[in-house]
Design a protein around this ligand. Structure first.
Ligand code: C5P
Length: 322
């Protein structure tokens, strides 16, 4: 027995880290983090077709050359189908635009998109805390994409707290053809002498205080830092040179995202961002805008409105917020 085909196309966005402080290695092997996540307008494209039926079948056609069972999209579908007892046939078509392995969270965003869209297509509802648990099981950056906008990430990065929206600032991503392994980067940090955790958290508290009070980047751009930069810039000095050039072009802040190797700069206006782009001829660049939580939620609502009940909130909000 099979039901009617339901389909949707969504545009999962990339993230940048406006600060990424790595504290100690924990007993579970992960590192304690203090980070600020931010969604940006560079997106992948994910088409999802769902036909209710017996059994659980998941297929993926992707421009990314890795086995389907290793793709976070497939793993997210299997996790959410098991959790919500969804039966049927799911087909994904994934068009990657966010470079993989660049510290931009593309795979994590695709996975979160599946957790949000598939239950809606299947007419099932999951509470945010259940979705967050599934998301954390898929990767440390996945829970953030259930929220979007500007958010503070604590713990291994999976405890996310919303911060006030920033203005829709323009930015530039510079994407060198260098791939850095996240696990390797964390191992390298363990070998460096860790600076005092108190010193890190103090700077981070000032940064999030400024952001929490709605201050503009002029007030806090120097407070953010990425603890992976010394390791990455020593291994690939061209990465440090790109950040310095972004700063000379007026970017504030300018830094690496995640464990690299993408570099970004935020600008006061589009003209400055375009002028900076022109000075990076020969390197892959992407222009972007910051995406607020409001825009993120609106994009979700517009994609899924045909599959949601009138007045329903999607993505769901935490029951503690209501
Ligand atoms: O959770 P995720 O799959 O993104 O993590 C990839 C790798 O990065 C982990 O295997 C771990 O080595 C490292 N990691 C870490 N501490 C974190 C997040 C990731 O050590 N908070």
């Amino acid at each position: 027995m099979t039901g009617a085909l339901r389909r949707v196309t969504v545009a999962p966005p990339a993230k940048i880290n406006l600060s990424l402080r790595v504290l100690d290695r924990r007993a579970d092997g992960y590192h304690e983090l203090r980070t600020v996540f931010q969604t940006i307008s560079l997106t992948d494209r994910l088409s999802i077709e769902f036909r209710p039926g017996r059994g659980q079948r998941v297929e993926l056609e992707s421009s990314l050359d890795i086995p389907a069972q290793d793709n976070l999209v497939v793993r997210a579908a299997q996790a959410v189908m098991a959790a919500a007892a969804i039966r049927g046939h799911v087909r994904f078509r994934l068009e990657k635009r966010i470079p993989a392995g660049g510290g931009l969270g593309g795979g994590s965003s695709d996975a979160a998109a599946v957790l949000l869209a598939l239950p809606a297509l299947a007419g099932r509802r999951l509470e945010l805390d259940v979705l967050t648990g599934l998301a954390a099981g898929l990767g440390s950056d996945v829970p953030f994409f259930l929220l979007g906008g500007t958010a503070m990430g604590l713990g291994r990065g999976t405890e996310v707290y919303p911060l006030p929206d920033l203005p829709r600032l323009p930015g530039l991503l510079v994407l060198p053809a260098v791939s850095l392994s996240t696990a390797e980067a964390y191992r390298a940090l363990d070998e460096l002498t860790p600076p005092s955790a108190t010193c890190h958290t103090k700077g981070f508290h000032v940064l999030t205080w400024c952001m929490g009070h709605g201050l503009t980047p002029d007030n806090w751009s120097r407070l953010g830092a990425n603890d992976f930069e010394p390791y990455a810039f020593e291994r690939y000095p061209e990465l440090g040179r790109i950040v310095r050039r972004l700063r000379r072009c007026g970017a504030s802040p300018a830094m690496m995202s995640g464990s690299g190797s993408s570099l970004f700069g935020l600008f006061r206006n589009r003209e400055d961002a375009e002028r900076a782009r022109a000075s990076f001829r020969g390197l892959r660049c992407e222009s972007f805008y910051l995406v607020s939580r409001g825009r993120y939620r609106k994009a979700w609502w517009q994609s899924l409105m045909g599959h949601l009940q009138g007045g329903e909130e999607w993505p769901p909000r935490s029951r503690y917020v209501r």
